[in-house]
Design a protein around this ligand. Structure first.
Ligand SMILES: [Zn+2]
Length: 234
C-alpha cells in the first residue's frame, strides 16, 4: 500500500513538473476555450479571439477509421469541449499545429487519454510518466488494450488510403470479441517473402510457396514492411 501511495505521489510530482514548465523546452501557459475537437489528440482553442490548432504532446490516439478512434474523440470532447483550459505551449509541428499539454479542472488531458487506454505514448517523447501509465492501462486492458496487438496509428497511416476502412472494421469485428480466456487469439498472418504481401487464413495465397513468414498481428506485418494482400484484405 505504501509503495502504491509513494508511486502515485511521484507520478503526480512529475506531472506537475511537466505541466508547470520545469522542463528543458521553452514554454508558456495560456488560457483558451476549446471550440472544436477533430480527433482524440487534436483540438482547436480560441485564444484572444484567434483559433489555434493544438496537437497534444507525447501521445497518439487511434485515427477516426480505426477501432476506438471515435471513442478517443468522445473522451476528449467530454473532458474539454466548450471549456476554458490551460495550454502549455511547446513548439509547432511540421503541419503548423502547436504541440502542447492541456490542463482542465486540475487534470492533464494528454495524461488522462493514456490512463484511460485511448492513446499510445510517443516513444520519441520518452516521458517516463506516459510510458508508466500506458503500461498500467495495458495491464488493466483498458480502452483499446482490450486487443492483444492493436494496430498502431503510425502504422495505420502508412497503409494505402483505400485499405483504411477495411482494416479498421476488421479490427472491430474480429479482434475485439474474440476475447475469451484460453482463446489464445490463434490468427496467424502469412507473408510472402518475395512479394512482401501478407495474407489472412482462408486466402488462396495463404499457403503459397513463398508465404513462409508468420505474423501474429497486422501491426507486426506492417512494421516488418509487408503490405496487405488486395484479395483477402487482412
Ligand atoms: Zn491474400
Amino acid at each position: 500500500m505504501l509503495r502504491l501511495i509513494s508511486r502515485r505521489a511521484v507520478v503526480l510530482l512529475v506531472l506537475s513538473l511537466l505541466f508547470f514548465g520545469i522542463t528543458k523546452e521553452s514554454t508558456e501557459t495560456i488560457a483558451g476555450k476549446v471550440v472544436s475537437v477533430s480527433d482524440g489528440d487534436t483540438v482547436t482553442l480560441l485564444i484572444d479571439g484567434q483559433q489555434e490548432k493544438i496537437r497534444l504532446e507525447g501521445i497518439d490516439c487511434p485515427e477516426k477509421g480505426q477501432a476506438f478512434g471515435r471513442r478517443a474523440k468522445q473522451f476528449t470532447s467530454d473532458m474539454v469541449f466548450g471549456k476554458m483550459v490551460s495550454l502549455k505551449r511547446l513548439k509547432k509541428d511540421r503541419y503548423g499545429r502547436t504541440l502542447g499539454w492541456i490542463q482542465v479542472d486540475g487534470e492533464i488531458l494528454n495524461i488522462e487519454l493514456i490512463r484511460a487506454g485511448y492513446a499510445w505514448h510517443y516513444k520519441e517523447s520518452s516521458s517516463p510518466v506516459l510510458s508508466l501509465l500506458e503500461k498500467e492501462a495495458r495491464q488493466k486492458r483498458k480502452g483499446l488494450w482490450i486487443e492483444d496487438n492493436p494496430l498502431t496509428p503510425w502504422n495505420y497511416r502508412k497503409l494505402p488510403r483505400n485499405k483504411h476502412m477495411l482494416i479498421g472494421s476488421y479490427n472491430k469485428q474480429e479482434t475485439v470479441p474474440s476475447k475469451t480466456p484460453g482463446d489464445k487469439q490463434g490468427l496467424i498472418f502469412r507473408g510472402n517473402v518475395k512479394s512482401h504481401k501478407f495474407h489472412k487464413p482462408g486466402c488462396l495465397s495463404y499457403t503459397c510457396k513463398n508465404c513462409i513468414k508468420e505474423f501474429s498481428s497486422i501491426d507486426e506485418a506492417i512494421s516488418a514492411g509487408y503490405e496487405p494482400c488486395r484479395k483477402c484484405i487482412p
